[in-house]
Structure formats: C-alpha cells, structure tokens
Design a protein around this ligand. Sequence first.
Ligand code: UD1
Ligand code: CA
Length: 453
Amino acid sequence: MGTTAIILAAGKGTRMRSALPKVLHKVAHMPLLEHVYHTARTIPDCKVGIIYGHGGELVRNELTHLEADWIEQREQLGTGHAVQQASPVFSDEDTVLILYGDVPLTLPSTLTDLVNSSKKTGFSLLTVDLENPAGYGRIVRNSNQLIDKIVEEKDATDTIKEICEVNTGMMAVSGKLLNKWLGKLNNNNAQGEYYLTDIVEMAVADGVEIMAIQPENEYEVMGVNNRKQLAELERYYQLKHAEELMAAGVTLRDPARVDVRGDLEVGQDIIIDINVVFEGNVSLNNNVKIGPNTVIKNSEIGENVEILANCVIEDAVIGNGTKIGPFARIRPETQLGENVHVGNFVEIKKSIVAEGSKINHLSYIGDTDIGKQVNIGAGTITCNYDGANKFRTVIGDNVFIGSDSQLVAPVEIEDGATIAAGTTVTKNAPAEQLTISRAKQVVITGWKRPTKK
Ligand code: UD1
Ligand code: CA
C-alpha cells in the first residue's frame, strides 16, 4: 500500500574519471546517492531499494547506515533491466517511484506531487523543458497533448530531436502495472538496451493516461556525469542555502563564500564573514559573530560569541559571550564556559574551561579541567601524554599560571595557586601558594664573549 522508491545507481560514471563510484561523490559533504535516499524517505511510508552495479560493493559498504534493500544488477543492460531486478522488493499494491542515484537535489515536494498524481491513473512522469535537450529522451505528445511515448536521442528523427520537453527519468507507477509492463520489455533499439521508457507506449496501449509533473527548477532534475556538473550542483546548493540563512535573519558578508555541509541552526542577528565552512550539526545562537576563514564542525556556539579570523572548532560547546581567535584551534570534547577568552595560537583538546578564564597566547591545553577566572600565561603547555598514556590536569578557580610553564599530568593546581613563569610543575601545587621550579638567577661578573681567532 505504501511507496517503494527504486534508486538506480548501477551506472559506471566513466566521465568522472575517478576510482570512486560516481554516486559516492559528494554534494554538501554527502554522497549523491544519500541525498536521493533522504529525499525519498520524506515520503510517508516509503521503503527504498537501491540498484547497484557489479563491483559496487564499495557503494554498499560506504552506505551501510541507509535502511534499504540492496539489489545487484550484474550487467548494466539498461534502465528497464535495472528496474526488472528490483521487482522482488515491491508488490502490486505499492506505488513504485523510480529515482536516479546521481540526481541529488530533487525537492521533497516534487516527489510528493509525482507520487500523488500517479494515484489518479497509475502512472506519472516528471518532465522538464530544456533549452538544450540534447542527450535526453524526448516526450512525444499526441494531438490532445497527452503523452504518447518517449524516444531516446539515439533513436530519434530530426523532427523529434527538436522537442524540448524531456524525460527526467523520474516516474511513479502502480506496482501492478509496472510488473506487467516490465515483463514485456525488449532491447530492439539503437543501443540494444532494455529501456524503461518503453513502458510509456505500453501504458498508452492499455489506455492508461500518463500524468506529467514539472519540477520547480532545473537543478532538481540535473544529474552528475562529470566534475563540472558536480561543482555546479554544489554551488547551486550552497547559494540556495545561503539565501535561506539570510531569509532567517543572518548577515552573510558574501553569500557565495559560505558553505554549509550538514545542518546549521541559527538564531537572530548573526554575522558571518567570508570563507566560513560549517560541517555536520552546528548551532549558532543569537548575535554570534564569525570572522573570515573559519571552519566549525559539530559544535554549539552560545549567544554573543565572537570568533575571530582563521579558527577551527570541532565537536565543542562554546558558552555565551566567549571570544575565540584569531588562529585558535578548539578540538573535540572541549567545553568553554561563559565569557572565556581564547587567543591566538591556542590549541585546546578534550578540556573543560569554566567561566571567565583566559588562555590568550600560544598554549596547548589537553585533557584538562580549568576552574573559573583562571589566567593561563603565554606559552603554557599541559604535558598530557607520556608517550603511551594520557593523563588529566586539574586546575582550580582563580589560579594564575605564569608564562612558559609546563604542567606535567597527572597533576593538580589547587584554587588560588600561583605558578611562577617558567615552572615545570610535576607535583600538586597547593592552594593560595606560589609554586616555582626555576634555577636561581646568577650573574657571572667579568665574563667576556669569545672573539674570532
Ligand atoms: C535515461 C532515460 C532518458 C532520460 C535520461 C535522463 C531510458 C532508456 N532513458 O537515459 O529518457 O532523458 O535518463 O537522464 O531510461 N542505470 C542503471 N543500470 C542500467 C542503466 C542505467 O542503474 O543498466 C542508472 C544509471 O546509473 C543512471 C540512470 O540509471 O543513474 C540513468 O542511466 P543513463 O545511462 O544515464 O540513462 P540515459 O541514457 O541518460
Ligand atoms: Ca544520463
């Protein structure tokens, strides 16, 4: 009773000139095939079958997380042959939706329209008018403007080649009718292939009217055959996303220079400078400002946070009012509290920094808990790794760490402790005391610099 989407993905994709199967190439950081899968799954009660080619094990292994039936088509004998392989995964009661694994940007609403309109007669087709229809199957209509047949470019006469309405390949057909027609396909044509499109003439012979649906825009039906088309779809996707962000109240210094490769949630009055890349799930709260050349991946950025130029932030939670950068790297499992300052050339990994603390210059903080209102001096390093194991450093509230100190973990710096500049801390530093490990400064009087002989 539901819908079964059959995604054709067995083609070789020779023109990509790639060792990677075509449908694994990515738009917005997601394989083409996975885009098609997710769009199909927006249709209520829709299962998915994927036709993959011989040697397409790579595709299967890469996409094991998709909930789909995988159907192997050992030899690519045509789109009709591909769908024939899928007949075990749909029933007569299903609506079968045919999709292509290399056409990633179809809108969910277009597929919904296609499925719904097929319910009227049992067959609907997604067609589009193209200025340059070369290469596509042409839609031939009768004197009543009803669809009569599809003629492939290689089988077309010059008159038919002038038709600009083309077959996108996407269609929705009643399972019962499809099963009947699939059994009658032959390969008597210019390419010696089993054409799925031949079912159009069979439908007409059976008195089934073919409904036609058009997409909102051409990009929805554009496939990827080469790297140029891959880049075109990427740019289209990104520009559309940028427009959505601006419509939601985000200022983009240049909508052509922001890339969203995943899901980005935004609050109000956010300002994003040029060349910023978002990956995975990122949320930006109200009034966040992001400087140029920054990458943010799977992170939550609090209100009023300011990220200056050239930062990389990954798997982190950043508290309200915090300032980061320029040139800072926040690595996975880091949590920065409210009003924290992280300055240039600071790397923080798997650490918790409580509110009001500052790490402003040239530091490495790894596997560390830092309390409130702590000042970490320039060049401070947590030595968290002994070559085999990692250990934690614990720093209390109101601690002051002098510049160029090394904290050799596991070690604790208690509340209010001061560590003198240049200290190598190997034992716990007690609360409120000054800890220093520095050779006493001496002056050698009368010493002379050597001179050249
Ligand atoms: C097909 C249509 C054509 C339409 C065009 C739109 C047929 C006969 N022709 O032509 O009317 O205008 O798409 O792009 O259907 N595939 C398989 N197994 C196969 C053959 C193809 O999985 O044996 C897959 C391909 O990977 C691809 C899709 O089906 O994703 C379309 O195949 P392709 O060879 O590109 O079809 P066209 O000849 O372009
Ligand atoms: Ca094609």
